[in-house]
Design a protein around this ligand. Structure first.
Ligand code: GDP
Length: 529
Protein backbone atom coordinates (compact mmCIF):
# COMPACT_ATOMS: atom_id res chain seq x y z
CA UNK A 1 0.00 0.00 0.00
CA UNK A 2 1.23 3.47 -0.80
CA UNK A 3 1.00 6.32 1.64
CA UNK A 4 0.13 9.22 -0.57
CA UNK A 5 -0.81 12.74 0.25
CA UNK A 6 -1.82 15.28 -2.31
CA UNK A 7 1.51 17.06 -2.75
CA UNK A 8 3.84 14.14 -2.26
CA UNK A 9 5.27 11.57 -4.60
CA UNK A 10 4.68 7.95 -3.67
CA UNK A 11 6.96 6.84 -0.88
CA UNK A 12 8.62 4.13 -2.93
CA UNK A 13 9.67 6.69 -5.52
CA UNK A 14 11.12 8.96 -2.83
CA UNK A 15 12.88 5.99 -1.26
CA UNK A 16 14.30 4.81 -4.58
CA UNK A 17 15.98 8.17 -5.19
CA UNK A 18 17.71 8.26 -1.83
CA UNK A 19 21.22 7.13 -0.94
CA UNK A 20 22.14 7.12 2.73
CA UNK A 21 25.84 6.76 3.33
CA UNK A 22 28.62 7.43 5.81
CA UNK A 23 32.32 7.99 5.30
CA UNK A 24 34.55 5.72 7.36
CA UNK A 25 38.14 6.75 7.81
CA UNK A 26 41.01 7.27 10.20
CA UNK A 27 41.45 10.84 11.50
CA UNK A 28 43.26 13.09 9.01
CA UNK A 29 42.49 10.97 5.97
CA UNK A 30 40.35 13.88 4.78
CA UNK A 31 36.77 13.10 5.84
CA UNK A 32 35.80 16.71 6.51
CA UNK A 33 37.44 17.83 3.29
CA UNK A 34 35.67 15.11 1.33
CA UNK A 35 32.32 15.91 2.95
CA UNK A 36 32.67 19.51 1.88
CA UNK A 37 33.77 18.51 -1.60
CA UNK A 38 30.82 16.14 -2.01
CA UNK A 39 28.39 18.82 -0.94
CA UNK A 40 30.15 21.31 -3.17
CA UNK A 41 29.79 19.09 -6.17
CA UNK A 42 26.19 18.61 -5.38
CA UNK A 43 25.98 22.39 -5.14
CA UNK A 44 24.42 22.26 -1.73
CA UNK A 45 26.88 24.88 -0.68
CA UNK A 46 28.68 27.46 -2.76
CA UNK A 47 32.15 27.11 -1.49
CA UNK A 48 33.97 24.31 0.26
CA UNK A 49 34.55 25.26 3.85
CA UNK A 50 31.06 26.16 4.91
CA UNK A 51 29.86 22.86 6.29
CA UNK A 52 32.04 21.74 9.13
CA UNK A 53 33.81 25.03 9.34
CA UNK A 54 36.96 23.93 11.11
CA UNK A 55 38.47 27.19 12.30
CA UNK A 56 35.37 28.96 11.11
CA UNK A 57 32.93 27.94 13.74
CA UNK A 58 29.65 29.68 13.76
CA UNK A 59 26.10 28.78 14.48
CA UNK A 60 24.53 26.86 17.28
CA UNK A 61 26.99 25.68 19.88
CA UNK A 62 25.66 24.70 23.25
CA UNK A 63 27.33 25.07 26.58
CA UNK A 64 28.23 21.47 27.05
CA UNK A 65 29.71 21.46 23.63
CA UNK A 66 32.27 23.91 24.98
CA UNK A 67 34.21 20.74 25.70
CA UNK A 68 34.09 19.88 22.06
CA UNK A 69 35.32 23.35 21.18
CA UNK A 70 38.16 23.21 23.64
CA UNK A 71 39.35 20.01 22.11
CA UNK A 72 38.63 21.10 18.60
CA UNK A 73 36.72 17.96 17.81
CA UNK A 74 33.27 17.17 16.68
CA UNK A 75 31.06 15.14 18.98
CA UNK A 76 27.87 16.11 17.25
CA UNK A 77 26.85 13.49 14.80
CA UNK A 78 24.94 15.33 12.18
CA UNK A 79 23.44 14.29 8.90
CA UNK A 80 23.97 16.33 5.80
CA UNK A 81 21.39 16.11 3.07
CA UNK A 82 21.87 17.31 -0.47
CA UNK A 83 20.38 16.76 -3.88
CA UNK A 84 22.53 15.48 -6.72
CA UNK A 85 20.53 15.55 -9.89
CA UNK A 86 17.33 13.77 -8.99
CA UNK A 87 18.98 11.83 -6.17
CA UNK A 88 18.87 12.87 -2.53
CA UNK A 89 22.04 11.98 -0.66
CA UNK A 90 22.02 11.65 3.12
CA UNK A 91 25.57 11.81 4.38
CA UNK A 92 25.68 10.76 8.01
CA UNK A 93 28.63 12.01 9.98
CA UNK A 94 30.76 9.46 11.79
CA UNK A 95 32.63 11.29 14.57
CA UNK A 96 36.21 10.69 13.59
CA UNK A 97 38.38 11.69 16.52
CA UNK A 98 40.94 9.20 17.78
CA UNK A 99 38.86 8.77 20.93
CA UNK A 100 35.85 7.91 18.88
CA UNK A 101 33.00 6.21 20.57
CA UNK A 102 30.09 3.89 20.05
CA UNK A 103 28.26 6.73 18.28
CA UNK A 104 30.56 6.20 15.34
CA UNK A 105 29.64 2.54 15.11
CA UNK A 106 25.95 3.17 15.61
CA UNK A 107 25.81 5.51 12.63
CA UNK A 108 26.69 2.49 10.51
CA UNK A 109 23.42 0.84 11.53
CA UNK A 110 21.59 3.73 9.89
CA UNK A 111 23.23 3.78 6.45
CA UNK A 112 22.85 1.65 3.35
CA UNK A 113 26.47 1.94 2.17
CA UNK A 114 29.78 3.38 3.32
CA UNK A 115 32.64 5.18 1.63
CA UNK A 116 35.97 3.96 2.98
CA UNK A 117 38.37 6.84 2.71
CA UNK A 118 42.09 6.03 2.58
CA UNK A 119 45.06 8.35 2.70
CA UNK A 120 47.16 7.33 -0.31
CA UNK A 121 50.32 7.39 1.82
CA UNK A 122 48.87 5.36 4.67
CA UNK A 123 46.40 2.85 3.31
CA UNK A 124 44.38 0.97 5.90
CA UNK A 125 44.76 2.54 9.35
CA UNK A 126 43.53 1.24 12.72
CA UNK A 127 40.21 3.10 12.84
CA UNK A 128 39.49 2.38 9.20
CA UNK A 129 39.90 -1.29 10.03
CA UNK A 130 37.62 -1.15 13.06
CA UNK A 131 34.91 0.66 11.17
CA UNK A 132 35.26 -1.60 8.18
CA UNK A 133 34.74 -4.62 10.44
CA UNK A 134 31.46 -3.12 11.66
CA UNK A 135 30.38 -2.60 8.03
CA UNK A 136 31.25 -6.16 7.18
CA UNK A 137 29.39 -7.60 10.16
CA UNK A 138 26.33 -5.54 9.36
CA UNK A 139 26.42 -6.23 5.64
CA UNK A 140 27.01 -2.58 4.70
CA UNK A 141 28.64 -2.47 1.25
CA UNK A 142 31.76 -0.34 0.93
CA UNK A 143 33.04 1.93 -1.85
CA UNK A 144 36.73 2.84 -1.48
CA UNK A 145 38.14 6.29 -2.22
CA UNK A 146 41.91 6.74 -2.17
CA UNK A 147 42.53 10.36 -1.22
CA UNK A 148 45.47 12.79 -1.39
CA UNK A 149 46.76 11.55 -4.75
CA UNK A 150 48.26 15.02 -5.20
CA UNK A 151 50.80 14.10 -2.54
CA UNK A 152 53.52 11.46 -2.53
CA UNK A 153 52.10 8.15 -1.38
CA UNK A 154 52.00 4.45 -2.09
CA UNK A 155 51.46 2.78 -5.41
CA UNK A 156 47.90 2.15 -6.56
CA UNK A 157 48.46 -1.57 -7.01
CA UNK A 158 50.09 -1.84 -3.60
CA UNK A 159 47.01 -0.28 -2.00
CA UNK A 160 44.82 -2.74 -3.90
CA UNK A 161 46.92 -5.64 -2.61
CA UNK A 162 46.57 -4.35 0.91
CA UNK A 163 42.77 -4.49 0.71
CA UNK A 164 42.84 -8.04 -0.59
CA UNK A 165 45.41 -9.30 1.85
CA UNK A 166 44.41 -7.59 5.06
CA UNK A 167 40.62 -7.49 4.84
CA UNK A 168 39.89 -9.94 2.05
CA UNK A 169 38.13 -7.28 0.00
CA UNK A 170 38.72 -7.35 -3.75
CA UNK A 171 39.08 -3.87 -5.27
CA UNK A 172 37.34 -3.24 -8.60
CA UNK A 173 38.51 0.16 -9.83
CA UNK A 174 36.22 2.64 -11.55
CA UNK A 175 38.97 5.19 -11.98
CA UNK A 176 42.73 4.84 -12.00
CA UNK A 177 45.38 7.49 -11.52
CA UNK A 178 47.77 8.40 -14.32
CA UNK A 179 51.09 9.16 -12.67
CA UNK A 180 52.01 7.98 -9.18
CA UNK A 181 50.87 9.73 -6.01
CA UNK A 182 52.50 13.14 -5.85
CA UNK A 183 52.94 13.32 -9.64
CA UNK A 184 49.29 13.19 -10.56
CA UNK A 185 48.65 13.70 -14.27
CA UNK A 186 45.06 12.64 -14.70
CA UNK A 187 42.29 10.23 -13.88
CA UNK A 188 41.54 7.34 -16.19
CA UNK A 189 37.87 6.39 -16.47
CA UNK A 190 37.86 2.65 -16.80
CA UNK A 191 34.47 2.46 -18.48
CA UNK A 192 35.45 4.41 -21.62
CA UNK A 193 39.21 4.95 -21.44
CA UNK A 194 38.90 8.72 -21.24
CA UNK A 195 41.35 10.61 -19.10
CA UNK A 196 40.50 13.74 -17.17
CA UNK A 197 43.24 16.20 -16.42
CA UNK A 198 42.74 18.89 -13.83
CA UNK A 199 43.89 22.37 -13.20
CA UNK A 200 43.70 22.88 -9.49
CA UNK A 201 41.58 25.67 -8.18
CA UNK A 202 43.47 27.92 -5.79
CA UNK A 203 42.99 26.70 -2.20
CA UNK A 204 40.54 24.08 -3.37
CA UNK A 205 37.78 26.61 -2.83
CA UNK A 206 35.95 25.83 -6.03
CA UNK A 207 35.76 23.06 -8.57
CA UNK A 208 39.01 22.16 -10.31
CA UNK A 209 39.01 22.87 -14.01
CA UNK A 210 38.71 19.65 -15.95
CA UNK A 211 39.81 18.68 -19.45
CA UNK A 212 38.60 15.43 -21.00
CA UNK A 213 41.02 13.55 -23.26
CA UNK A 214 39.97 10.74 -25.56
CA UNK A 215 41.97 7.50 -25.12
CA UNK A 216 44.09 8.39 -28.15
CA UNK A 217 44.63 11.99 -27.05
CA UNK A 218 45.55 10.76 -23.57
CA UNK A 219 48.03 8.27 -25.01
CA UNK A 220 49.61 11.02 -27.11
CA UNK A 221 49.75 13.56 -24.31
CA UNK A 222 50.72 11.32 -21.39
CA UNK A 223 52.80 8.61 -23.11
CA UNK A 224 54.40 6.03 -20.84
CA UNK A 225 52.41 7.08 -17.78
CA UNK A 226 49.18 6.52 -19.70
CA UNK A 227 50.28 3.07 -20.87
CA UNK A 228 51.19 2.13 -17.33
CA UNK A 229 47.80 3.26 -16.00
CA UNK A 230 45.92 1.33 -18.68
CA UNK A 231 47.96 -1.79 -17.96
CA UNK A 232 47.62 -1.34 -14.19
CA UNK A 233 43.86 -1.10 -14.12
CA UNK A 234 43.54 -4.14 -16.34
CA UNK A 235 45.13 -6.29 -13.67
CA UNK A 236 41.97 -5.87 -11.62
CA UNK A 237 38.41 -7.01 -12.17
CA UNK A 238 35.80 -4.50 -13.29
CA UNK A 239 33.00 -3.41 -10.96
CA UNK A 240 30.44 -6.06 -10.21
CA UNK A 241 27.38 -4.81 -8.35
CA UNK A 242 26.27 -8.18 -6.97
CA UNK A 243 29.58 -8.92 -5.25
CA UNK A 244 29.81 -5.30 -4.06
CA UNK A 245 26.41 -5.64 -2.39
CA UNK A 246 27.48 -9.01 -1.00
CA UNK A 247 30.53 -7.36 0.58
CA UNK A 248 33.27 -9.27 -1.24
CA UNK A 249 34.36 -6.53 -3.67
CA UNK A 250 34.73 -2.77 -3.37
CA UNK A 251 34.40 -0.29 -6.22
CA UNK A 252 37.59 1.79 -5.97
CA UNK A 253 38.26 5.39 -6.96
CA UNK A 254 41.22 7.71 -6.70
CA UNK A 255 41.42 11.45 -6.23
CA UNK A 256 42.20 14.40 -4.05
CA UNK A 257 39.32 15.78 -2.00
CA UNK A 258 41.20 19.00 -1.30
CA UNK A 259 41.48 19.75 -5.00
CA UNK A 260 38.02 18.36 -5.74
CA UNK A 261 39.54 15.72 -7.99
CA UNK A 262 37.68 12.46 -8.45
CA UNK A 263 34.85 13.58 -6.20
CA UNK A 264 32.17 13.75 -8.90
CA UNK A 265 33.05 10.21 -9.96
CA UNK A 266 32.60 9.16 -6.35
CA UNK A 267 29.16 10.79 -6.24
CA UNK A 268 28.23 9.00 -9.46
CA UNK A 269 29.40 5.70 -7.97
CA UNK A 270 27.23 6.30 -4.89
CA UNK A 271 24.23 7.05 -7.10
CA UNK A 272 24.80 4.12 -9.48
CA UNK A 273 25.96 1.44 -7.05
CA UNK A 274 24.91 2.13 -3.46
CA UNK A 275 21.57 0.57 -2.63
CA UNK A 276 18.50 2.70 -2.05
CA UNK A 277 16.69 2.23 1.27
CA UNK A 278 15.00 -1.12 1.22
CA UNK A 279 12.69 -3.28 3.31
CA UNK A 280 14.10 -3.56 6.83
CA UNK A 281 13.88 -6.74 8.89
CA UNK A 282 11.94 -6.46 12.14
CA UNK A 283 12.38 -8.56 15.27
CA UNK A 284 9.48 -10.82 14.37
CA UNK A 285 11.25 -12.10 11.29
CA UNK A 286 9.22 -10.00 8.88
CA UNK A 287 10.23 -7.10 6.70
CA UNK A 288 8.97 -3.54 6.93
CA UNK A 289 8.65 -2.42 3.32
CA UNK A 290 9.53 1.18 2.55
CA UNK A 291 5.98 1.96 1.41
CA UNK A 292 4.38 0.92 4.69
CA UNK A 293 3.32 3.67 7.13
CA UNK A 294 6.05 5.65 8.85
CA UNK A 295 8.55 3.81 11.04
CA UNK A 296 12.12 4.42 12.12
CA UNK A 297 14.64 3.73 14.85
CA UNK A 298 16.83 5.85 17.08
CA UNK A 299 20.50 5.49 16.16
CA UNK A 300 21.86 8.35 18.20
CA UNK A 301 20.91 10.53 21.16
CA UNK A 302 22.29 14.00 21.66
CA UNK A 303 21.76 15.94 24.86
CA UNK A 304 21.89 19.65 25.45
CA UNK A 305 22.35 20.89 21.91
CA UNK A 306 20.38 24.01 22.70
CA UNK A 307 21.86 26.00 25.61
CA UNK A 308 18.58 27.72 26.41
CA UNK A 309 16.74 24.51 26.76
CA UNK A 310 18.26 21.32 28.04
CA UNK A 311 16.80 19.09 25.45
CA UNK A 312 17.49 15.62 24.22
CA UNK A 313 17.44 15.04 20.52
CA UNK A 314 16.84 11.53 19.24
CA UNK A 315 18.13 11.00 15.71
CA UNK A 316 15.84 8.67 13.83
CA UNK A 317 16.62 6.86 10.62
CA UNK A 318 13.38 6.68 8.67
CA UNK A 319 12.80 3.08 7.53
CA UNK A 320 9.35 3.25 6.00
CA UNK A 321 6.66 5.68 5.02
CA UNK A 322 6.49 9.42 4.98
CA UNK A 323 7.30 11.29 8.16
CA UNK A 324 5.37 14.52 8.57
CA UNK A 325 6.16 16.98 11.30
CA UNK A 326 3.34 17.03 13.82
CA UNK A 327 2.21 13.48 13.20
CA UNK A 328 1.69 11.33 16.26
CA UNK A 329 4.00 8.38 16.47
CA UNK A 330 4.08 5.56 18.98
CA UNK A 331 7.19 4.83 21.00
CA UNK A 332 7.25 1.07 20.62
CA UNK A 333 9.05 0.23 23.88
CA UNK A 334 6.58 2.08 26.11
CA UNK A 335 3.55 2.00 23.83
CA UNK A 336 3.13 5.72 24.48
CA UNK A 337 2.41 8.37 21.86
CA UNK A 338 5.20 10.79 21.03
CA UNK A 339 4.54 14.24 19.60
CA UNK A 340 6.72 15.28 16.67
CA UNK A 341 5.99 18.99 16.59
CA UNK A 342 9.66 19.74 17.12
CA UNK A 343 11.30 17.70 14.43
CA UNK A 344 14.66 18.83 13.15
CA UNK A 345 16.97 18.18 10.35
CA UNK A 346 20.55 18.93 11.19
CA UNK A 347 22.79 20.51 8.63
CA UNK A 348 26.30 20.80 9.97
CA UNK A 349 25.79 22.79 13.13
CA UNK A 350 22.63 24.48 12.06
CA UNK A 351 19.26 23.16 13.03
CA UNK A 352 16.26 23.58 10.85
CA UNK A 353 12.74 22.34 11.17
CA UNK A 354 12.01 19.39 8.96
CA UNK A 355 8.54 19.16 7.46
CA UNK A 356 8.66 15.71 5.99
CA UNK A 357 11.10 12.89 5.48
CA UNK A 358 11.32 9.60 3.63
CA UNK A 359 13.08 6.28 4.04
CA UNK A 360 16.81 6.82 4.37
CA UNK A 361 16.42 10.33 5.78
CA UNK A 362 17.38 11.39 9.28
CA UNK A 363 15.02 13.26 11.56
CA UNK A 364 15.94 14.70 14.95
CA UNK A 365 13.15 14.54 17.54
CA UNK A 366 13.41 17.09 20.33
CA UNK A 367 12.30 16.52 23.97
CA UNK A 368 13.16 12.90 23.50
CA UNK A 369 14.46 12.00 26.96
CA UNK A 370 12.19 8.95 27.08
CA UNK A 371 13.66 7.53 23.88
CA UNK A 372 16.71 5.31 23.96
CA UNK A 373 19.22 4.32 21.34
CA UNK A 374 17.79 1.40 19.37
CA UNK A 375 14.13 2.25 20.10
CA UNK A 376 11.54 2.04 17.35
CA UNK A 377 8.89 4.66 16.63
CA UNK A 378 6.03 4.18 14.19
CA UNK A 379 2.95 5.92 12.85
CA UNK A 380 0.29 5.48 15.52
CA UNK A 381 -2.31 4.97 12.80
CA UNK A 382 -0.38 2.12 11.20
CA UNK A 383 0.68 -1.39 12.18
CA UNK A 384 3.12 -1.86 15.03
CA UNK A 385 6.74 -2.71 14.28
CA UNK A 386 9.91 -3.27 16.29
CA UNK A 387 13.32 -3.16 14.71
CA UNK A 388 16.18 -5.20 16.15
CA UNK A 389 17.96 -3.60 19.11
CA UNK A 390 21.14 -1.63 18.58
CA UNK A 391 24.14 -3.96 18.57
CA UNK A 392 26.28 -3.85 21.68
CA UNK A 393 29.83 -2.97 20.70
CA UNK A 394 32.74 -4.47 22.59
CA UNK A 395 33.99 -1.94 25.18
CA UNK A 396 37.72 -1.40 25.56
CA UNK A 397 37.81 1.09 28.42
CA UNK A 398 36.52 0.56 31.92
CA UNK A 399 36.26 2.88 34.90
CA UNK A 400 34.61 2.59 38.29
CA UNK A 401 32.40 5.61 38.95
CA UNK A 402 31.22 6.99 42.27
CA UNK A 403 29.46 10.14 43.34
CA UNK A 404 31.80 12.85 44.63
CA UNK A 405 29.25 14.13 47.16
CA UNK A 406 27.27 11.32 48.88
CA UNK A 407 24.44 13.81 49.40
CA UNK A 408 23.85 13.68 45.64
CA UNK A 409 23.43 9.90 45.43
CA UNK A 410 19.89 10.09 44.10
CA UNK A 411 20.90 12.40 41.24
CA UNK A 412 23.92 10.18 40.63
CA UNK A 413 21.76 7.10 40.14
CA UNK A 414 19.30 8.99 37.96
CA UNK A 415 22.08 10.45 35.83
CA UNK A 416 23.84 7.13 35.32
CA UNK A 417 20.55 5.51 34.32
CA UNK A 418 19.89 8.29 31.82
CA UNK A 419 23.39 8.01 30.31
CA UNK A 420 22.93 4.26 29.97
CA UNK A 421 19.58 4.72 28.28
CA UNK A 422 21.06 7.17 25.80
CA UNK A 423 23.97 4.86 25.13
CA UNK A 424 26.54 7.45 26.23
CA UNK A 425 28.35 4.70 28.13
CA UNK A 426 27.66 1.07 28.95
CA UNK A 427 26.90 0.51 32.63
CA UNK A 428 28.14 -2.64 34.33
CA UNK A 429 27.58 -3.86 37.87
CA UNK A 430 30.19 -5.70 39.88
CA UNK A 431 28.87 -7.86 42.67
CA UNK A 432 32.39 -8.68 43.84
CA UNK A 433 33.14 -5.03 44.52
CA UNK A 434 30.14 -4.89 46.77
CA UNK A 435 29.88 -1.09 46.87
CA UNK A 436 26.94 -0.86 44.48
CA UNK A 437 28.82 1.60 42.31
CA UNK A 438 28.69 1.12 38.55
CA UNK A 439 31.57 0.33 36.25
CA UNK A 440 31.32 2.45 33.15
CA UNK A 441 32.45 0.83 29.92
CA UNK A 442 33.19 2.51 26.62
CA UNK A 443 34.51 1.91 23.15
CA UNK A 444 36.49 5.17 23.34
CA UNK A 445 37.66 7.17 26.38
CA UNK A 446 35.95 10.27 25.04
CA UNK A 447 32.69 8.69 26.19
CA UNK A 448 33.95 9.00 29.80
CA UNK A 449 34.60 12.68 29.36
CA UNK A 450 31.12 13.21 28.02
CA UNK A 451 29.67 11.21 30.93
CA UNK A 452 31.72 13.12 33.53
CA UNK A 453 30.79 16.46 32.04
CA UNK A 454 27.09 15.68 31.89
CA UNK A 455 26.95 14.21 35.37
CA UNK A 456 28.33 17.45 36.75
CA UNK A 457 26.53 19.98 34.57
CA UNK A 458 23.24 18.29 33.83
CA UNK A 459 22.58 16.16 36.90
CA UNK A 460 24.57 18.23 39.42
CA UNK A 461 26.23 15.06 40.62
CA UNK A 462 29.97 15.35 39.97
CA UNK A 463 31.60 11.95 39.81
CA UNK A 464 34.96 10.44 40.57
CA UNK A 465 36.26 8.00 38.03
CA UNK A 466 38.87 5.36 38.67
CA UNK A 467 40.21 3.95 35.45
CA UNK A 468 40.57 0.19 35.65
CA UNK A 469 43.57 -1.44 34.04
CA UNK A 470 41.34 -3.54 31.83
CA UNK A 471 40.80 -3.37 28.09
CA UNK A 472 38.98 -6.52 27.10
CA UNK A 473 35.51 -7.93 27.69
CA UNK A 474 34.61 -11.52 26.96
CA UNK A 475 31.56 -13.65 27.49
CA UNK A 476 31.62 -17.06 29.10
CA UNK A 477 29.24 -19.94 29.59
CA UNK A 478 26.92 -19.24 32.52
CA UNK A 479 28.12 -22.45 34.18
CA UNK A 480 31.72 -21.20 34.13
CA UNK A 481 31.10 -17.78 35.61
CA UNK A 482 31.46 -18.79 39.23
CA UNK A 483 34.76 -20.58 38.53
CA UNK A 484 36.12 -17.64 36.56
CA UNK A 485 35.20 -15.16 39.29
CA UNK A 486 37.67 -16.88 41.59
CA UNK A 487 40.70 -16.33 39.36
CA UNK A 488 43.09 -13.46 39.99
CA UNK A 489 43.39 -10.80 37.31
CA UNK A 490 39.86 -11.22 35.96
CA UNK A 491 36.75 -9.38 36.99
CA UNK A 492 33.23 -10.67 36.50
CA UNK A 493 30.51 -8.05 36.01
CA UNK A 494 26.94 -7.91 34.75
CA UNK A 495 25.26 -5.81 32.15
CA UNK A 496 21.96 -4.10 32.89
CA UNK A 497 20.14 -7.00 31.22
CA UNK A 498 21.88 -9.49 33.49
CA UNK A 499 24.40 -10.85 30.94
CA UNK A 500 27.65 -11.66 32.71
CA UNK A 501 30.89 -10.33 31.22
CA UNK A 502 34.46 -11.27 32.01
CA UNK A 503 36.85 -8.31 32.05
CA UNK A 504 40.56 -8.84 31.44
CA UNK A 505 43.62 -6.69 31.15
CA UNK A 506 44.28 -7.44 27.50
CA UNK A 507 44.28 -10.10 24.86
CA UNK A 508 47.55 -11.57 26.16
CA UNK A 509 45.99 -12.16 29.54
CA UNK A 510 42.98 -13.73 27.88
CA UNK A 511 45.26 -16.11 25.98
CA UNK A 512 47.24 -16.96 29.09
CA UNK A 513 44.00 -17.67 30.93
CA UNK A 514 42.78 -19.92 28.15
CA UNK A 515 46.08 -21.80 28.05
CA UNK A 516 45.94 -22.38 31.78
CA UNK A 517 42.25 -23.31 31.72
CA UNK A 518 41.52 -24.91 28.37
CA UNK A 519 38.22 -26.23 29.73
CA UNK A 520 36.94 -22.69 30.48
CA UNK A 521 36.63 -20.92 27.11
CA UNK A 522 36.24 -17.16 26.94
CA UNK A 523 34.00 -16.09 24.10
CA UNK A 524 34.86 -12.92 22.14
CA UNK A 525 32.02 -10.40 22.20
CA UNK A 526 30.20 -10.38 18.96
CA UNK A 527 28.29 -7.20 18.33
CA UNK A 528 24.79 -8.58 18.45
CA UNK A 529 21.87 -7.49 16.34
P1 GDP B 1 39.59 14.35 8.77
O1 GDP B 1 40.29 14.36 10.08
O2 GDP B 1 39.53 12.99 8.17
O3 GDP B 1 38.26 15.04 8.76
O4 GDP B 1 40.56 15.12 7.76
P2 GDP B 1 40.51 16.60 7.19
O5 GDP B 1 39.49 16.72 6.13
O6 GDP B 1 40.47 17.56 8.32
O7 GDP B 1 41.92 16.62 6.47
C1 GDP B 1 43.11 16.41 7.18
C2 GDP B 1 44.22 17.16 6.48
O8 GDP B 1 44.45 16.59 5.21
C3 GDP B 1 43.88 18.62 6.25
O9 GDP B 1 45.04 19.37 6.44
C4 GDP B 1 43.44 18.64 4.82
O10 GDP B 1 43.64 19.89 4.21
C5 GDP B 1 44.32 17.58 4.21
N1 GDP B 1 43.73 16.97 3.02
C6 GDP B 1 42.50 16.45 2.86
N2 GDP B 1 42.33 16.00 1.61
C7 GDP B 1 43.49 16.23 0.94
C8 GDP B 1 43.93 16.01 -0.40
O11 GDP B 1 43.23 15.49 -1.25
N3 GDP B 1 45.19 16.39 -0.67
C9 GDP B 1 46.02 16.96 0.25
N4 GDP B 1 47.25 17.29 -0.12
N5 GDP B 1 45.63 17.20 1.49
C10 GDP B 1 44.38 16.85 1.85
Amino acid sequence: MTTLTSDARPVEIEAARRRSIAVISHPDAGKSTLTEALALHARAIDEAGAVHGKGNRAGVVSDWLEMEQKRGISITSAALQFAYGDVVINLLDTPGHADFSEDTYRVLTAVDAAVMLLDSAKGLEPQTLKLFEVCRRRGVPVITFVNKWDRPGREALELCDELEERINLRPTPLTWPVGEAGRFLGLLDRSNGEVRTYRRAPGGASLAEETVLSPQAAADALGEDHTEAVEGVQLLDPVDRASFLAGTTTPMLFGAALANIGVRQLLDAVVDLAPAPNARPDVDGGDRDVDQPFSGFVFKMQAGMDPNHRDHVAFIRVCSGRFERGMVVTHERTGRPFATKYALSVFGRERATVEDAYPGDVVGLVNASTLAVGDTVFDSAGPRVRFPPMPVFAPEHFAAARVADPGRSKQFRKGIAQLEQEGVVQVLISEARGDGNPILAAVGPLQFEVATFRMEHEFSAPIRMETLGLSLAREAAASDIETIAGYPGVEVVRRGDGTPLVLLRDVWHARAFERAHPDVPLIPLVASG
